[in-house]
Structures are given as structure tokens and as C-alpha cells.
Ligand binder design. Structure first.
Ligand code: MG
Length: 157
């Protein structure tokens, strides 16, 4: 099989007194995302998309939230583990497509910085990384945000 596709989803509530991180980038916003780790829902959705594409367990199974090692952990650790597993199976990322669903903060001012950081973390050209900020248009509560990510992998061999 030469190609694999993966889908990731994650949602976190806002929490006061925490730094908001999305895609490994700190965002100027009064609230962060609640969670055992740093709460970076975008990195969590990308990690889950990669793990899904290679047929591994999901992020919550690989990094249980009752494990003290992951308390306030930088979510880059989770992403790097997923990348390591992907590489060990001989795959590389072709492209990723992500959506952040939230009314606030506005994603547009951070889009390029997040894409640049993802490009470095994933070792994927920036033109193969898509990031969209979408508003929920009245659906669901506004006390958090959600992210979707799809990833396409190709086998090196
Ligand atoms: Mg999460």
C-alpha cells in the first residue's frame, strides 16, 4: 500500500490562567485550553490523524491523561512520537489539511506562524500545509474550540 489517509479531531474547553497554544505557537489570548497536557488541540488532532493513518492506537491510548508524565506536557512530544512511529513504518507526510473551529481568538493573524511551525515540526513544505479558521455559526457553546485534521501519507519504498 503506497498511501494512507488519517483523520484527527480534538476539542478542549477554555481555561483561565493557561497559555493558549495552537500548533505549538503561543497565542495572545486571556485563556488557554483545559487538559492534562498543554491542551494544544491542533497538535492533538494532527497527532491523532498520523496515528490513525498508520493504524496505531489513538493519542489518549498512547498518552493516557492519568499518567503524571504528561501533566502540562508540551504536545510536541506527542507529535514527535507519532512521527517516529510513522517513519519506522516507512511513511512520510504528503500534505495535511486542518480546520480550527472557534469564534475567538481570530486565527487569521497567527495562520502563517502556525503553518511555518508545523512545516518545521513535520518536515513538510509549507505549501503542503493548509490551515483554516472557521466560526461555529451558532452551533455548540463558545467555551472552547475544536480542531479537525486530515493527513495523507505515502510509503517511501
Ligand atoms: Mg486533546
Amino acid at each position: 500500500m503506497n498511501f494512507r489517509i488519517g483523520l484527527g479531531f480534538d476539542a478542549h474547553e477554555f481555561e483561565k490562567g493557561k497559555t493558549l497554544k495552537l500548533g505549538g505557537v503561543s497565542i495572545d489570548f486571556p485563556e488557554g485550553l483545559k487538559g492534562h497536557s498543554d491542551g494544544d488541540a491542533l497538535l492533538h488532532s494532527i497527532t491523532d490523524a498520523i496515528l490513525g493513518a498508520i493504524g496505531e492506537q489513538d493519542i489518549g491510548e498512547v498518552f493516557p491523561d492519568n499518567d503524571p508524565r504528561w501533566k502540562d506536557a508540551d504536545s510536541v512530544i506527542f507529535l514527535k512520537e507519532a512521527l517516529k512511529r510513522m517513519e519506522s513504518k516507512g511513511y512520510r507526510i504528503v500534505n495535511i489539511d486542518c480546520v480550527i473551529i472557534t469564534e475567538r481568538p481570530k486565527i487569521a493573524p497567527y495562520k502563517e506562524a502556525i503553518k511555518k511551525n508545523l512545516s518545521e515540526l513535520l518536515q513538510v513544505p509549507i505549501q503542503n500545509i493548509s490551515l483554516k479558521g472557521k466560526r461555529r455559526e451558532g452551533l455548540c457553546k463558545e467555551n472552547g474550540l475544536a480542531c479537525f485534521c486530515t493527513v495523507l501519507l505515502s510509503h517511501e519504498g
